[in-house]
Structures are given as structure tokens and as C-alpha cells.
Design a protein around this ligand. Structure first.
Ligand SMILES: *Cc1c(COP(=O)(O)O)cnc(C)c1O
Length: 489
């Protein structure tokens, strides 16, 4: 018999299995009935207060802990798994991904590297993602916490390679001409954090105006690069948007690739929204040029609906990727045999210890096949175009931007209501739809016009869901407009 010591293992394995199975059953039942629940409801004050407990110093039976989590926490999710959630741009998660997260956590492996199966799974997932993106087999890549870190890694490789000195040893202070990176004014906020962290400063991220179609103005970009060179700056990189966060606009990626070639710049693409649409049969042709990027960020927790979190960065030249991130520490020498023989995945990014994110991507791709994800993304794009057509047809709705992918920006308008009141009215309708659990839209401003935004990256959304939500939106807005008119009268 084993020596009796205190561990974290169950005292009673049979009872543990019963509680765990019951938790799984609850999750499956709730997910099956998801459509009939409110999109969102606020966590009650009593529940919030109940969470504020002193540090638990002694044990509580697992069944009570699970019940408490189920009743007070898991009953009040963000709502992004619901078919009528279209806020920001997120994935809707999926049960196989959740199961995979459980299996991966129970496996417990550290994906920093080593000679074990989990490492091979991440390598295989990277091979599949390279394949989807048209990147060569010789390219490298790594799974990250999300698109923000994926973009940071891509830009770090760009900076280190383009700076012209040994940035890792000497830092940016040793570079005589300040470096500059270019993107459109629609670029995601994570790039600002990236240039700040990379020691370049926010001023180094040159935001080039976008046109009415929200795509970067190539002529203005070329001019900005020339002017910066004349002033003594060192242009190093252009960031292309394969789907802007605001409206889903796809920059002229082929044009940007060409400009990078003639100017000798690194071409990074932020594909967090649009890159996975390469899986669609009827994908926008503009996405073909993703293959020309030197580095690319994409987001499986958006278009592949993997549970949060998992992003990915690919780098065309694996040698440059390693030159930026590989370390050789004596306590982590690779071995010829044994557990340390597998090579280090942390040589491709920031984290030393890494979770087994790869399994949720691997299992969902195996279960569903990549083509199903393409069909769902195609449907979401078609739903967005259908919504845009309805907005165009409704006399009191106005569209704010072209629809290329799965994002629609629009607003309610009413004769005789001045802009500030109109913005308040749109915001109020958005809040009511959220608070009544009907539908979740977000709001934004496109070229100085305030409005609402539907990001339809959701494998559960039906056409009827969108019809119902827009009907409710118009009815509420009409009612508010009438109240406003009565108040003014
Ligand atoms: C979501 C998004 C990001 C940030 O990715 P996270 O996964 O949220 O870290 C960056 N760029 C674009 C275009 C995005 O849509």
C-alpha cells in the first residue's frame, strides 16, 4: 500500500467521478438550451457580494464548490456563446474545444517544450495553420494567448531584423535613426501597445489615413514613407489589415506587399479578423495576398471558435523568428535523449511555461474538418451582406461602411432629431437590447459617424436571429423617437 500523504487527489475516486460527470451533464444541457436563455443578464448584487469571502483556509466538499460556481458564477456569462451575440469581434466557443481544454489541463503538460506528445500536437497545428494561410513549410509559428501577443511577436521580429544593429544586445537606444512602422488609422489598438513595449514609442506608429472604404490610402502611405526618410527616420515595416476591427475592411494587401518590396520594408499582416476567411470557398480575393506577408497574426479563438484563449503568429523566415526569441540557458540545454530532447517551443515567443492550447484547435479541426469552418464563416459573411441589404432598404436605418467580411456598421436615423440626440438614442437602444437579453450589438464611430456594430462571427446565428434583433431594434428606436418628439412638442 502507498504511504498515506496529503495530496490534491480525490479521497473518494468514485464520488469524484460522479460529481465531474454531473458537471459535464449540466454544461451540455445548458449549451443545448442556450438559444432559449437571455443573451446576457447582469450578475446580481447579492451574487457579487457573496463572492467577497476571506481566503478559504480549510477544505469545502467539491460538490458544494461546483454548485456554488454553477449557481453564482457560471449562470452569468458574458454572452458570446449565445446565437444573438455580435458585440466586438469574438468567437462563440464550442463544446469540443471546452472538452479539449479539460483534457489538456488534466494532461497537464508544459508546452514550453520537451519530448512529449503535446509538443508534437502544437507543431502539427502550426503546420495546418501555415497550410491554411499559404505559408511555406519552412515558415515557423507559435500559438499565443491571442492576436495581441501574436502581433507583438511579429513586430518584434520585424524590428530586430530591420534595425540594422544587434537590438537584443544593445537595445533601441543604439539605433541612430528612429524606426517607423506604418498602418492605416483603422489599425487595432494592440499595435500601439506593441510599439510602446518594443521601445519605439507610440509616435513610431504612423497612422496613414484610410479612405471612405476604410482601406489604407496607398498614395498617402508612400508619401509618408518618403517624407520620413527625408527627415532622417528609418521606415522598417508596414502593417496590413486583413479585416479591420472597426468595419472588416481588407487593405490592398497585394499593393502593400509590392510597396514593401520596392521600399525594402517588412510586411506584417494583422489577420485576426480576416485571415481564417481563407477557408471560405468564396473568400474575398484580396485575402490571397496574405501569402506574401513576412509575418502574420491570426486568431483561432475568433474564426475557429476555440474557447479563449488561443492566437497564432506565423513568420516566413524561421531563422529570423528564432534569432529574436531563442535563448540558450545552461539549465535548459536540449538533450539527445529523454524528456528534454524535444526542442523548445519557448524559443518562438515570450512565455517560458506554456499551456496546451493546441489540443482544442487540433480536436475541433479533426472533429469538424476545416471545410465546415469555411462554410460557417461564409454563412456569417452572407448574413452580414443580407443585414447590410436590409439596412439599405429600411428608411430609418443607415449603413456606415461597406461590408466585405462579417461586420456591419449602421445606425438608426429619424427626421428632425439632431446628431447628439440621435447618438444617445442609438446607444439607448443598444443598452436596452442588452439589458433585456434580446441581442448584443456594440457601438463605434466610423469616420466621425457614431453608430452600432454587428460582428457576426458566430456559428449559432441564424437569419431569423438577425431578423428578430433588427425588428426589435427598430421598434425600440421608433418608440424612443416618439417619446423624444412628444417631449419636444
Ligand atoms: C481581436 C483583434 C486583435 C487582438 O487580438 P486578441 O486575440 O484580442 O488579443 C488584433 N487585431 C485585430 C484586427 C483584432 O480583431
Amino acid at each position: 500500500m502507498a504511504e498515506s500523504i496529503e495530496t490534491l487527489d480525490p479521497g473518494d475516486w468514485t464520488e469524484y467521478a460522479r460529481i465531474a460527470h454531473e458537471a459535464v451533464d449540466r454544461v451540455i444541457a445548458r449549451t443545448a438550451a442556450l438559444r432559449h436563455r437571455a443573451v446576457w443578464q447582469p450578475m446580481p448584487e447579492a451574487g457579487r457580494a457573496a463572492l467577497h469571502q476571506p481566503l478559504p483556509r480549510s477544505p469545502t466538499p467539491l460538490s458544494l464548490v461546483v454548485d456554488e460556481a454553477w449557481d453564482t458564477i457560471l449562470a452569468y456569462p458574458m454572452g458570446n456563446t449565445h446565437p444573438r451575440f455580435w458585440m466586438w469581434y469574438m468567437g462563440a466557443s464550442n463544446l469540443t474545444g471546452a472538452l479539449a481544454d479539460f483534457l489538456a489541463a488534466a494532461d497537464g503538460s508544459n508546452l514550453g517544450g520537451g519530448n512529449h506528445a503535446a509538443v508534437e500536437v502544437e507543431r502539427q497545428v502550426i503546420v495546418w495553420l501555415k497550410d491554411m494561410m499559404g505559408f511555406p513549410a519552412s515558415a515557423s509559428g507559435t500559438l499565443t494567448s491571442g492576436g495581441s501577443v501574436a502581433n507583438l511577436i511579429g513586430l518584434a521580429v520585424a524590428r530586430n531584423h530591420m534595425a540594422g544593429g544587434d537590438i537584443r544586445q544593445d537595445g533601441v537606444a543604439a539605433v541612430s535613426r528612429p524606426m517607423r512602422i506604418y498602418a492605416s488609422d483603422q489599425v487595432h489598438g494592440c499595435h500601439q501597445k506593441a510599439v510602446e513595449l518594443l521601445g519605439l514609442g507610440n509616435g513610431a506608429l504612423c497612422r496613414v489615413p484610410s479612405g471612405a472604404d476604410c482601406r489604407i490610402d496607398l498614395a498617402a502611405l508612400e508619401k509618408a514613407i518618403g517624407a520620413d526618410r527625408a527627415e532622417g527616420f528609418q521606415p522598417i515595416c508596414i502593417i496590413g489589415n486583413a479585416g479591420t476591427v472597426n468595419t472588416g475592411a481588407i487593405d490592398d494587401l497585394a499593393g502593400l506587399a509590392e510597396l514593401c518590396r520596392t521600399e525594402g520594408l517588412w510586411f506584417h499582416i494583422d489577420g485576426c479578423i480576416g485571415a481564417l476567411a481563407r477557408l471560405c470557398q468564396d473568400r474575398p480575393a484580396a485575402l490571397d495576398a496574405i501569402e506574401l506577408a513576412d509575418s502574420l497574426a491570426l486568431d483561432p479563438h475568433k474564426g475557429l471558435h476555440a474557447p479563449f484563449d488561443v492566437g497564432c503568429v506565423l513568420v516566413r523566415d524561421a531563422r529570423l523568428h528564432l534569432q529574436s526569441f531563442a535563448l540558450h540557458s545552461e539549465y535548459l540545454d536540449p538533450a539527445a535523449r529523454g524528456i528534454a530532447a524535444g526542442g523548445w517551443l519557448f524559443d518562438y515567443g515570450l512565455q517560458t511555461s506554456r499551456g496546451f492550447r493546441a489540443l482544442k484547435v487540433w480536436m475541433t479541426l479533426k472533429e469538424h474538418g476545416a471545410d465546415r469552418f469555411g462554410r460557417i464563416l461564409s454563412r456569417n459573411i452572407a448574413q452580414s451582406k443580407r443585414l447590410a441589404a436590409r439596412v439599405d432598404a429600411e428608411p430609418r436605418l443607415k449603413r456606415l461602411a461597406p461590408v466585405e467580411l462579417d461586420i456591419v456598421c449602421f445606425r438608426y436615423e429619424h427626421e428632425g432629431i439632431e446628431p447628439t440626440a440621435l447618438a444617445e438614442l442609438n446607444s439607448e437602444v443598444m443598452m436596452q437590447l442588452q439589458e433585456q437579453g434580446i441581442a448584443a450589438f456594440s457601438d463605434t464611430t466610423v469616420h466621425d459617424e457614431y453608430g452600432l456594430r454587428a460582428a457576426i462571427c458566430n456559428h449559432r446565428t441564424t437569419d431569423a436571429d438577425l431578423d428578430m434583433a433588427i425588428d426589435a431594434l427598430i421598434a425600440k428606436a421608433d418608440a424612443l423617437a416618439r417619446v423624444g418628439a412628444a417631449a419636444r412638442a
